[in-house]
Design a protein around this ligand. Structure first.
Ligand SMILES: C[S@@+](CC[C@H](N)C(=O)[O-])C[C@H]1O[C@@H](n2cnc3c(N)ncnc32)[C@H](O)[C@@H]1O
Length: 213
């Protein structure tokens, strides 16, 4: 049977980790990941590792199903995380390089939770990694750059690798522009137009699967 809750220590680590995902959305992400990992036995894929907050939940779902999570990030931050923008965290700037570097905190977070054996961190730009990736995936979680250029490239690069019975999860879907940026919403609409159906909505997190599966 698919476990629907993360391990208590993983949930505590999620709550303590740097990041933006609310707990109800995290639990919905975990449930989707557990379902996809159990059904397919395939690796899970996250675009947007940041400091590892959502990665912890995907890693726990992967661990319970005997697979791994791959998580892609260049670790230089999205547009809205740069200096002067709403989501900037000055403690994440590498003082020597003068740029954001979320990789050290990501690694500490995953290590402290004991989940390193279940996580493969891919450091690079999502479209470049997708272009050289050759395997099938049980789940694609889109939470990288939130511009149309980035969100569209993530969808186009990774969805072709999604197994027929895999799940597509999109974060920060805001139908009302007053609630947030529209690029993830446009990707969500495109997925619906291209054969996906929605199976759950939790806050801004949408879980989709291919119609007829
Ligand atoms: C919103 S954060 C991810 C938050 C994370 N999923 C969580 O819930 O804890 C978005 C991340 O995507 C990364 N990113 C943005 N554009 C990217 C791209 N084209 N390739 C790789 N990573 C990218 C940023 O560096 C940033 O760490």
């Amino acid at each position: 049977m698919t476990t629907t809750l993360p391990a208590p220590d993983v949930l505590d680590a999620f709550r303590a980790a740097t990041g933006f995902m609310p707990e109800d959305e995290g639990l919905a992400l975990f449930a989707a990941a557990a379902q996809a990992a159990t059904a397919t036995g395939l690796p899970l894929l996250e675009i947007g590792s940041y400091c590892g907050r959502s990665t912890l939940l995907l890693a726990d779902a992967a661990r319970q199903a005997g697979t791994v999570v791959l998580t892609v990030d260049h670790h230089r931050g999205s547009e809205e995380q740069q200096p002067g923008w709403e989501y900037h965290d000055a403690s994440l700037v590498d003082p020597e390089v003068g740029l954001m570097d979320t990789l050290p905190r990501f690694r500490r977070t995953v290590h402290a939770a004991g989940l390193e054996p279940h996580v493969i961190a891919l450091v690079g730009r999502s479209p470049q990694v997708a272009a050289v990736w050759g395997g099938s995936l049980g789940l694609v979680f889109v939470d990288g750059g939130h511009t149309d250029e980035h969100a569209t490239a993530d969808y186009e690069g990774w969805v072709p690798h999604l197994a027929p019975d895999g799940l597509l999860v999109i974060h920060d879907v805001f139908p009302d522009p007053a609630d947030g940026g529209q690029a993830p919403y446009r990707v969500y609409l495109r997925a619906l137009a291209e054969g996906f159906e929605e199976i759950s909505v939790t806050g801004s997190l949408r879980v989709l699967r291919r119609r007829g599966r």
